[in-house]
Design a protein around this ligand. Sequence first.
Ligand code: IDP
Ligand code: MG
Length: 170
Amino acid sequence: MVFRKKCFFFVSETLEKMERTLVILKPCTVQRGLIGEIISRFEKKGLVLVGMKMTWLSDETLSEHYAHLKDKPFFQRVKNAMNTCPVIVCCWEGLEAVSVVRTITGVTNGRHALPGTIRGDYSMSVQENIVHASDSTKTAVIELKRFFKEDELFSYNPSLLSNLYANDEV
Ligand code: IDP
Ligand code: MG
């Protein structure tokens, strides 16, 4: 009983330090049969999946999501490409998860992304570039609210936590 109580406090303190970030597996990834491979990259890194679903994005949602590109000539093309088929939206959790995921993802243009990054390994395009990833902690909070209801994100104790982090990190 005492052990379980201690465990509970450890978990809640740890979860407070964790960041959450949004990743969208784009239509190109779904169509190319790369869903498993891309999810596996994040899992192998040690990020914890706390939410995931398939959804078909509306033009309205995409206009909001890509509002920072609204004056670009490719705005409509980006939105069209994002609703050719359903996408997979995921929420990943970990220490500094937002910047870790951006690093794993690589730069926007797949042709320029470094080998070893997801875009560097799987993409030849600036548009068909495999994933969307939140670009800051502030954006991540807004984007997760855009794509997930509160009860679609889960908090649980990753059983391998002590193999992923040192005690003084979490
Ligand atoms: P990011 O996905 O690396 O964060 P953003 O600048 O936020 O890049 O752009 C969002 C998405 O818009 C990109 O992932 C890509 O699909 C598309 N995009 C960005 N820049 C261009 C461009 O110059 N030409 C065509 N599509 C672009
Ligand atoms: Mg972006």
